[in-house]
Design a protein around this ligand. Structure first.
Ligand code: ADP
Ligand code: MG
Length: 253
């Protein structure tokens, strides 16, 4: 699939729909993400951002529309299959094993994504998974905490562990749901640096509330409102768009 700026399209959503009772959480949303880009999704609380991610990853089934990933129709595939195709999601609510070490959490993710149905792994594969876990921990800056129980990490460290768990599956596309939520300014800055670093070999779609972060690092921004795509454009276009300002940005810029 070719997309904007001559780059290929890695992810394409076409008229995605999802209802929850009477709430039209995602309402006919189209989305196209270019390979290698950093694409942000913004919008007020309850505008359907997390649901959109869940529709892409197979955590929630769409009531209408289709999702293509690297030219393959992945609509409605369960998450464990989506992960193996190369999409990983870092959760808004962290889902790590609190009573396991930081290292074990990442090693399990590395192992289960590559050899999902194998309980007993040959030693060589265990070593591969361990090496990948080590590299990933280094990348997110948690190497020095590798032996710590995940339950003892600070909030910011937990978010980075969550990210490492997603990265250990070796995704081509990484979906980040509010990666800087609840972080101090210093932790936010470290996370922004990390995301920018990840972009060297990954495509990233990121839901983010902090407008300074979004306007600084996103290449394209999609604005959702009541489940509907209100606008999409560059940071400059979003900043200058009157409807976006009215709905969302007032006071945030
Ligand atoms: P956002 O991430 O933009 O804050 P969400 O995607 O979480 O928004 O939610 C969009 C709408 O869908 C909200 O009205 C929310 O209450 C509703 N919703 C989301 N998930 C569920 C669910 N599992 N059950 C019922 N309603 C849901
Ligand atoms: Mg959300």
């Amino acid at each position: 699939m070719s997309g904007p700026n001559g780059r290929t399209t890695l992810l394409r959503c076409e008229r995605l729909d999802r209802w929850f009772g009477g709430v039209h959480a995602v309402d006919g949303v189209d989305l196209e993400v270019a390979t290698g880009s950093l694409h942000a999704i913004i919008g007020p609380n309850g505008s359907g951002k997390t649901t959109l991610f869940n529709l892409i990853t197979g955590h929630t089934r769409p009531h209408g529309g289709r999702v293509w990933f690297a030219d393959r129709d992945v609509t409605g595939l369960p998450y464990h299959r989506v992960v193996r195709l190369g999409i990983a999601k870092s959760y808004q609510i962290t889902t790590v094993f609190q009573s396991l070490s930081v290292f074990e959490n990442v090693r399990i993710a590395a192992q289960s994504a590559r050899w999902p149905y194998t309980f007993w792994l040959p030693a060589s594969r265990l070593r591969d998974a361990s090496r990948l876990a080590e590299q990933t921990l280094e990348r997110v800056g948690l190497q020095h905490r590798r032996r710590e129980l995940a339950g003892n990490l600070s909030h910011g460290e937990l978010r980075h562990l969550d990210l490492a768990i997603a990265l250990a599956t070796r995704p081509k596309l990484l979906l980040l749901d509010e990666p800087t939520a609840g972080m101090s300014p210093a932790e936010t800055e470290a996370t922004v640096q990390l995301i920018q670093d990840l972009r060297r070999d990954l495509t990233v779609v990121m839901i983010e509330h902090k407008m300074d972060v979004v306007l600084r690092i996103a290449e394209r921004i999609t604005v959702l409102n009541f489940g509907v795509k209100l606008f999409e454009g560059t940071p400059e276009e979003v900043r200058g768009h009157p409807r976006v300002q009215e709905v969302y940005l007032q006071g945030a810029l």
